[in-house]
Ligand binder design. Structure first.
Ligand code: PEP
Length: 546
């Protein structure tokens, strides 16, 4: 029987954390509310820790789970076994009971202590610590059966929630809080559960049917029957298409590389799984944000080494810290600027804060023997920027060699994002080995339109013909100097743009990890058409993809 035509409820769009579609009943994640109690028994906390620890051990030793899940569970187990935590809890207890207030105080104290340890895995993981304390308070989600195969809303998701929800076949996740770089976000992507954040409180819609479109970031509450049939069709088409497309990640082309843009260490594995031919842009600023002090040389070294080893012999392009503009660091204050995007950004800032630059260079040079390293310099505007950097690289090398450290070889390249470079490339050429065109910033500087300001978005046109013209000019100049060129802005992830860029001689593209198979499919199709083999153009050609 046809349901009545409903009035579809419109909700403002949110931010996509993990792509996909989901249709189901909206359920709100409920948590046990022990915080309303005044005390908690130390014995109960110990029991919760024991149960949690054995759950984590099972996860860590389960080879069928994504690697990211095991890594994050290991962090949780380390935190759980920390004697400091248990001493604090023992000290705070009287007659085996701890006041909730004291318990929260200890949590906050540990959070600030961990933030000052200098260990990036811990510093960036305040959500893990909150998660752990929540679990020890027995505030873990309840009524999980109710969530099975449904769409789940929570004000905020924690990593352990995602691990639990992944076993329930949930259709999608919706939340008000969250960000792209939390462990919860990484896990949602690893489990491929569609996830949208920055939505209003959806509790009032509990029990209603909801369609989640985490491809454009919208949700539709209470769709009518015709809508549902349409959504089911879209979802089926998407799933079928995705299954076929994933196989394209395995393709390797003789002369074209589809590399990945990554921001956090956990994305190294995701990029590898999606078939990236190396890392084309490692945005290292995400190692520096959301903490009280910069990551140490050792921490950075371990992350860079992991990226290089994972992709060896493929190239890994690591961009020097690109802070300034819209990305700020509390511990690196910059005087108030009227136009931060035209101010102290990227290499301009690094040359003023040599201690930060030197630490990053030391970490990179020490990691260089472990793979095929390329170092990318952001916001280069004048040849002097590169000359200044080269002096510091030279000093850093000397220091490391004097200390008896091993250094491998590496390439040095610049981001083409400030327009002056279009005309200065011949002057910079003697000092560099490659260029990477960052179309996101290049577009904002060419059109004088802030990439984050919706009121000028009509001027921000990264597919405008003049952007292609500039790329052609750069590609031609670079070819004359034998400088390899890649494109690493959002434009590189647009299939039609890639087709045009290939004609201009661009052979290297760096795109979000999930786009790697899509772009490889596009190139495969272009190449098969070129060869005149129209039959092989079909996307499920098994001969090429086996
Ligand atoms: C890739 C780019 O850099 P980001 O988006 O990190 O500023 C770009 O500007 O195109």
């Amino acid at each position: 029987m046809e349901r009545q035509k409903n009035k579809v409820i419109q909700i403002p769009r949110g931010n996509i954390i993990s792509e996909g579609y989901g249709l189901g009943t909206l359920r709100v994640l409920k948590r046990k509310k022990t915080t309303e109690k005044q005390f908690i028994n130390l014995e109960d906390i110990k029991l919760a820790a024991k149960t949690l620890s054995s759950e984590l051990s099972k996860i860590i030793s389960d080879p069928s789970l994504p690697k990211e899940v095991q890594e994050i569970s290991q962090v949780h187990q380390l935190l759980l076994e920390d004697p400091f935590l248990w001493k604090k809890l023992e000290d705070a207890s009287a007659d085996g009971k701890i006041m909730i207030e004291d318990y929260k105080y200890i949590r906050d104290e540990i959070i600030s202590l961990l933030l000052s340890t200098g260990n990036p895995l811990i510093q960036q993981r305040v959500d893990d610590i909150k998660d752990l304390f929540r679990n020890l308070l027995l505030e873990s989600p309840e009524g999980l059966d109710n969530l099975k195969s449904n769409v789940v809303y929570s004000e905020e998701f924690f990593p352990s929630d995602i691990i639990k929800l992944s076993t329930l076949g949930v259709k999608a996740l919706l939340s008000t809080q969250g960000s792209h770089t939390t462990h919860a976000a990484i896990l949602a992507r690893a489990f491929e559960i569609p996830y949208i954040i920055r939505l209003p409180d959806l509790s009032e819609y509990e029990g209603k049917t909801v369609f989640v479109d985490a491809v454009i970031g919208r949700i539709v509450i209470d769709p009518d029957d015709a809508n549902i049939r349409e959504f089911e069709k879209i979802t089926k088409r998407y799933t079928k298409e995705k299954e076929k497309i994933e196989k394209y990640g395995r393709l390797k082309f003789d002369d074209i590389k589809i590399m990945a843009n990554i921001s956090v260490p956990q994305e190294i594995e995701v990029a590898k799984r999606k078939g990236a031919d190396g890392i084309g842009l490692f945005r290292t600023e995400f190692l520096f944000v959301g903490r009280d002090n910069p990551p140490s040389e050792e921490e950075q070294y371990l992350v860079y080494k992991k990226a290089l080893e994972t992709f060896y012999p493929e190239e890994v392009v690591i961009r020097l810290l690109d802070i300034g503009g819209d990305k700020k660091l509390e511990y690196l204050p910059v005087d108030d600027e009227e136009n931060p995007f035209l101010g102290l950004r990227g290499i301009r800032l690094l040359l003023k804060h040599k201690e930060i630059l030197k630490t990053q260079l030391r970490a990179l040079l020490r990691a260089s023997p472990y793979g095929n390293l390329s170092v990318l310099v952001p916001m280069v505007t004048l040849p002097e920027d590169i000359k200044g950097l080269l002096r510091i690289i030279h000093e850093t090398k000397e220091d490391l060699l004097t200390e008896g450290r091993k250094i491998g070889s590496f390439k040095l390249g610049i981001m083409v994002e400030v327009p002056s470079i279009i005309w200065l490339i011949d002057k910079i050429n003697p000092h560099i080995d490659f260029v990477s065109i960052g179309t996101n910033d290049l577009t904002q500087y060419i059109f004088a339109a802030d990439r984050n300001n919706p009121s000028v978005s009509k001027y921000y046109q990264d597919e405008h013909e003049i952007i292609f013209e500039i790329i052609t000019t750069i590609a031609e100049k670079a070819r004359n100097f034998n400088l390899p060129v890649s494109v690493c802005g959002e434009l590189a992830g647009k299939e039609d743009a890639v087709e045009i860029l290939l004609q201009f001689g661009v052979k290297k593209f760096s795109v979000s990890s999930f786009k790697v198979p899509f772009i490889k499919r596009k190139i495969y199709e272009i190449q098969t058409v070129k060869k005149g083999n129209m039959k092989a153009k079909t996307s499920d050609d098994p001969s090429l993809l086996s």
